[in-house]
Design a protein around this ligand. Structure first.
Ligand code: CTP
Ligand code: ZN
Length: 154
């Protein structure tokens, strides 16, 4: 490696979210609810060269293991991301992100009159119509949401 190249360090224990579409790393961080104030070491690389995708983003979080719900959330903004669990500098597990068929409670319906936006205690619920481009359909009012509607809410 020449001194002109930037080397992103390996991590000891934690999670590496790799192959995020270029430009979406900050959305991934947001959808995980990470603010940067957690006193965890994090590396975020944006638009770095990738053999497979041209460019990609990477998020490395020391000392954090993602649960399956968090992995599924990532699929909303980065459907091709791969999740690597690292223990003692070694990749011990690779998880594929996968959108669940129904997404409950994470995002709000864009229809103000939707029952999921009323005072009733009704949790939002969407069905995935297509994954790419992302199109969600509200279980209650039938309105459709696109990727940009989801990103705006993060
Ligand atoms: N990684 C890391 N710290 C470690 C081990 C791996 O930050 N201790 C990172 C690597 O830099 C890479 C990702 O975790 O971004 C996956 O590592 P690895 O499976 O070794 O790389 P690849 O074989 O290139 O992965 P893939 O097959 O998913 O492309
Ligand atoms: Zn609705």
């Amino acid at each position: 490696m020449s001194e002109r190249e930037l080397k992103v360090s390996k991590i000891k224990d934690g999670t590496v979210i790799d192959h995020i579409r270029g430009g979406y790393a900050l959305d991934v961080v947001k959808i995980l609810g990470i603010t940067g104030k957690e006193k965890k070491i994090m590396t975020i690389a944006i638009n770095v060269p990738s053999k497979r995708f041209g460019v990609k983003d990477i998020v490395k979080i020391e000392g954090k293991a993602l649960n399956s719900q968090e992995v599924n959330r990532i699929a909303l903004v980065a459907p091709h991301a791969s999740i690597n669990i690292i223990h003692d500098y070694t990749v011990v597990e690779k998880l594929e992100v996968k959108l669940p068929q129904a997404i409950e409670g994470i995002i709000k319906c864009v229809n103000p009159c939707c029952i999921s936006n009323s005072d009733e205690l009704v949790l939002s619920k969407f069905y995935v119509k297509t994954e790419e481009p992302l199109i969600l359909k509200c279980h209650y009012c039938g309105v459709t949401l696109e990727q940009t509607d989801v990103l705006k809410q993060l």
